[in-house]
Ligand binder design. Structure first.
Ligand SMILES: Nc1ncnc2c1ncn2[C@@H]1O[C@H](COP(=O)(O)OP(=O)(O)OP(=O)(O)O)[C@@H](O)[C@H]1O
Length: 639
């Protein structure tokens, strides 16, 4: 273990000056006072010692696992790691990108090493612990030169009495600055603190409150722990809403909240001492205790299924439920979008990207705002710009007299869903990128810039990376859109297809018309590769239900030709890998031609019967324009 030599010219006075009056500057000043004791190359403690320390902190470690796991999978692809350190700065656990973990070890950012500020100089873990506040320490802001390869974001985890009981850190290389990492670290540290509160002595009463009833089960909820009417624990949000600090501990709750006694488990209004109206619930404790001094003993560590609870209250009943294997992706995507990250959904046509986006909106902090969906593939190029950004009155010929707000502004305080983003023309990609980066919209014909705030979700069935490589999609927009990406698996990979098919057949009218699917029909349906996914499945099942007599048993011979002609192919070999860019793949030209012929002048209807999106069919027709279909039906111009 070496000690740090006096700081060299790499950390001169001008760096200190540049830091200004910040937390970092104050930390540097502290470090300069103790410079020679700093450890430049510390050895980690022995495995046995680390194990003992982990056992001492078993409760916090156990309660933090859901956040650590979620964060690890969120940040691993961004070459980042998540670390949990105890209150003395010793790293207890690491997770995330294995590649970066190896690099981090070179500067001892690893379990068993203390990153206390007094040992490692200004760094996120140590400085967050010293100040008991979140902090980002990026590259050259680290006091010790060897640590300047790092960019770190740390937030303290507080006990119900306001003591720091640990620190959560997200670190990556200093060459990449992740704008969302600080937000994520803060949210997750609060969530862990809340879980500690939830699991502290179940004999205490719990008052939970917020400005809006819908936030009562969110990470933003304020919590007070009461013994009789004495406040024995709280979280940061409670202090903020009550305009107080930790001196509120051991005072009477009567001093802070009127009518709290009338609360029960149903949200009701209550008022702060200053008259602010809040919504609150009261979960009574099992019995009063004499003192709050017991160690934190989790009664049982479970991850509360908040998503499910909120799903019932927030989402419209018309939304189909997600397949079980998507629930953990949903949970991560909610954390991501709430932290300001852009979510990109990729998957074949009809795989449920929009449905996923709507669920995500319903579960996110934006759920009370609008869900504004824009189909970038269906909008004519000449209209996209005015549709997205709006326009001033009389901005162009044909414009509405009163002007238009544009879809980006309509999404303010809600979610903007950019569907088929891969079809956005290159020129507009530049304007969109600017609006997304600056979070400002400039309507056509106006020199005003209007600030907008929304959660951003995009979807595509193209291989966007390939488009970036061949120059048809801007790399910078691609990276702006995919802070977190979710791959929606195709329907054919859904577990338990037989059961699901029967259930959907019954739901879509089979039960009402007393119909059944025979085993052979079911087998063929389950073996089909469903290029149009849920959309195609529903179209096929509806046709089966309504084109056959009530009471009939559907046989394999009754299945539509596109399924029958594929039976041999599917049985003969493995299903070809998904090819998202060619979404009508697997449907023969003749079938497409027939669908169009059966729905003259109605492309939407033809698309529905093929189980693809209208814009997909338009794209197909454009491609075929040079060699018109034999049916002679010329495609109408795209609206
Ligand atoms: N999990 C699901 N369960 C039942 N139906 C679903 C599910 N997911 C999607 N659907 C249905 O499938 C149809 C297509 O879904 P959605 O529009 O979300 O797909 P998409 O991936 O966005 O398609 P596209 O790329 O063509 O726009 C919708 O009618 C939707 O209700």
């Amino acid at each position: 273990m070496n000690s740090l030599k006096p700081l060299t010219s790499a950390t001169p006075q001008d760096t200190l000056q540049r830091l200004g009056e910040t937390r970092i500057r104050r930390s540097w000043e502290r470090c300069q006072a103790i410079g020679t004791v700093l450890q430049i190359d510390p050895d980690p403690m022995s495995a046995a010692d680390l194990q003992t320390r982990r056992e001492q902190h078993a409760n916090v470690l156990q309660l933090a696992q859901p956040e650590i796991e979620t964060l690890a999978s969120l940040v691993a692809s961004a070459q980042s790691v998540v670390l949990l350190a105890d209150a003395s700065g010793v790293i207890l656990q690491e997770a995330g990108s294995t590649e970066f973990l190896r690099k981090a070890e070179k500067v001892a950012l690893q379990p068993g090493v203390s990153w206390a500020e007094s040992l490692r100089g200004t760094n996120a873990i140590g400085t967050a612990l010293f100040d008991a506040a979140p902090v980002r320490v990026h590259g050259s802001e680290h006091f010790m030169e060897c640590n300047r390869i790092l960019s770190c974001h740390a937030a303290p985890i507080l006990s119900p009495r306001g003591e720091v009981i640990g620190v959560l850190d997200i670190s990556s290389e200093a060459t990449t600055l992740h704008a969302y990492a600080m937000g994520l670290a803060k949210i997750c540290a609060s969530q862990i603190g809340n879980r500690v509160l939830d699991h502290t002595d179940t004999r205490l009463h719990r008052v939970v409150f917020q400005r809006h009833a819908s936030l009562l089960d969110s990470v933003e909820r304020a919590i007070l722990l009461l013994e009789e009417d004495r406040i024995v624990g709280a979280n940061d949000t409670a202090l903020r809403l009550l305009d107080s600090d930790w001196s509120l501990l051991d005072t009477s709750v009567h001093d802070w909240l009127d009518n709290w006694k009338q609360l029960d488990e149903t949200p009701r209004t209550l008022h702060t001492r200053g008259g602010t109206m809040l919504y609150g619930t009261l979960r009574p404790g099992r019995a009063p205790r004499n003192a709050y001094s017991v160690p934190l003993v989790p009664s049982k560590v479970t991850v509360p299924d908040r998503q499910a609870t909120r799903h019932n209250t927030v989402l419209k009943p018309a939304l189909p439920p997600l397949a079980d294997d998507l629930k953990s992706d949903m949970q991560k995507a909610v954390t991501a979008v709430n932290a300001g990250m852009a979510v990109l959904l990729q998957g074949e046509t009809g795989a449920g990207k929009e449905i996923f986006a709507r669920h995500l909106h319903g579960h996110s902090q934006w759920h009370q705002g609008p869900f504004v969906a824009i189909n970038c593939g269906a909008l004519p190029e000449s209209l996209i710009e005015s549709e997205l950004f709006g326009y001033e009155a009389g901005a162009f010929t044909g414009a509405r007299r009163e002007g238009s707000r544009g879809r980006l502004r309509e999404a303010h305080n809600g979610v903007l869903f950019l569907d088929e983003i891969g079809d956005m023309p290159l020129l507009l990609q530049t304007r969109l990128l600017r609006a997304l980066q600056e979070r400002e919209v400039q309507p056509l014909g106006s020199d005003k810039r209007i600030p907008v705030e929304f959660g951003l979700i995009s979807a595509t069935n193209h291989d966007l990376m390939a488009m970036v490589e061949n120059g048809s999609f801007r790399a910078d927009l691609y990276y702006r859109l995919q802070d977190f990406d979710v791959h929606l698996p195709p329907l054919r990979e859904r577990p338990g297809m037989d059961k699901y098919l029967c259930q959907e057949f019954q739901r879509l009218g089979g039960a009402e018309r007393a119909m059944i699917l025979t085993d052979t029909a079911l087998q063929e349906l389950a073996g089909y590769h469903w290029p149009g996914n849920y959309r195609q499945l529903h179209s096929v099942l509806r046709r089966l239900v309504h084109l056959h007599a009530a009471g009939s048993a559907i046989k394999a011979a009754d299945l539509p030709p596109e399924i029958r002609t594929h039976v041999g192919t599917v049985a003969a070999g493995p299903i070809p890998p998904a090819c998202p860019a060619t979404t009508l793949r697997g449907i023969s030209d003749q079938t497409i031609e027939r669908a169009i012929a059966e729905s003259p002048n109605n492309i939407s209807h033809a698309a529905r019967s093929l189980g693809v999106h209208r814009s997909t069919l338009y794209r197909y027709l454009r491609r075929q324009a040079a060699t018109p279909l034999s049916s002679g039906i010329a495609p109408k111009p795209v609206p």
